[in-house]
Design a protein around this ligand. Structure first.
Ligand code: FES
Length: 147
């Protein structure tokens, strides 16, 4: 049911891990399936995403979409990263089954949550960025499977 690209990013995820002292970190979750995604950003003084890493506790599509999302925003400016929608992530993966569309939404929200955190830390406002709804706290993710 998954495309080759989805399987590739699921079995060989890019940019998986953590960034120590990130410029911004965002954690989002989907209450229905219980999956959780965390995105770490390292942003330089020119607002370019120098590095990005993710951790996902959830399904294969969540792993694949977070992996692809990191590929799409790495080396990009904040403004460019904001334009990476879940649709763009899905297209880059050659599509997702309808029941897995929400997984790609989680990837988009994780980027936004990390950017939101960055803006808060910096005390700046990022044009066009809204506070992600599903930002959650660490203590809610104890029993998730780690990919
Ligand atoms: Fe919910 Fe994939 S099933 S994120």
């Amino acid at each position: 049911m998954y495309t080759k690209k989805v399987m590739d990013h699921f079995t060989n995820p890019r940019n998986m891990g953590e960034i120590e002292n990130p410029s911004g970190v965002g954690t989002v979750g989907n209450a229905k399936c219980g999956d959780i995604m965390r995105m770490y950003l390292d942003i330089d003084d020119n607002g370019v995403i120098r590095d990005v890493k993710f951790k996902t506790f959830g399904c294969g599509a969540a792993v694949a979409t977070s992996s692809m999302a990191t590929e799409l925003i790495k080396g990009k400016t904040i403004e460019e990263a904001l334009k990476v929608t879940n649709k763009a992530v899905m297209e880059a993966l050659d599509g997702l089954p309808p029941v897995k569309v929400h997984c790609s939404l989680l990837a988009e929200e994780a980027i936004h949550a990390a950017l939101w955190d960055y803006a808060e830390k910096k005390g700046i406002k990022i044009e066009g960025l809204r506070k992600p709804k599903s930002d959650i706290h660490e203590d809610e993710e104890e029993d998730k499977q780690d990919y």
